[in-house]
Design a binder for this molecule. Sequence first.
Ligand code: 3HC
Length: 285
Amino acid sequence: MSIQKIAVIGGGTMGNGIAHVAAMAGFSVTLVDISDAALERALGTITKNLTRMVSKEKITEADKEATLGRLTTSTSLEAIAPEADLIIEAVNENFELKKKIFQTLDAAARPETILASNTSSISITKLAGVTKRPDKVIGMHFFNPVPVMKLVEIVRGLETSDEVYAAIEQLSRDFKKVPVPVNDSPGFVSNRVLMPMINEAIFCVYEGVGTPEHVDEVMKLGMAHPMGPLRLADFIGLDVCLDILNVLYEGFRDPKYRPCPLLVKMVDAGKLGDKSGSGFYDYAK
Ligand code: 3HC
């Protein structure tokens, strides 16, 4: 299975990060979003992050220009699908939206094209089930910020073939990432372990055990985490954390995954973390 042309669907935080690392690794990449404005924003972010890497002397100006030269954009799934060897979907965590995209891609892409999803919690087996190529559907779960974080959690659906797994494992290495295989299960491994920790940190604030600052200091200084769990929750997005906890809660039907009422209340109030300007911390300034 030779992968040369990659399409990334969705130019948000994860999608633009994936397009960035794929183009930097030498692949020809088409980034797809619903509007030219969204694509311009995504290219602006990629350019800013590449410029930061030049200023830190991790890459040269020529590397940056070559990377940008390998990136093209489109607003049409149907137009890009027949060209791509691999399509990585990175849109919002909404099953109905992903289903529509996977069905469109399945109809328009060549039969051998691999369809991957960057989903953080939706079942890969369920996504594969809406296509006629379940053996060629796989999870490629990247971590934010994508250009920095080393892990790709590769999620095998019930019918993902060994050949497709091997191609995606090698591709992750070509991206200079470390692939770790996991089987399809709610929250996979990463979010099954991470989200209960974040939820418990929120319960500590809810029950008055500690302030957000104090909870984060404990985990940063005592456990050597680069960010405390509440700062990390703001960085991920409180709505995303709540969605993932609900997937764990519904998937396992185990009360240990019940979302903290404070998290629910903050999401209801529109306090979503960095992206909304406030969460456990204030980012307005
Ligand atoms: N693009 C390129 N480089 C970037 C970058 C980006 N978007 N963001 C940061 N960097 C680089 C910086 O240039 C810097 O490089 P240097 O080491 O050569 O100086 C390095 O990363 C560290 O950045 P900063 O100095 O600006 O800031 P910090 O030292 O505070 O690190 C951080 C920032 C890398 C975000 C660090 O705090 C961290 O690792 N936090 C935890 C992140 C994490 O856990 N992510 C996973 C979230 S879960 C997820 O994504 C899965 C989902 O399903 C929920």
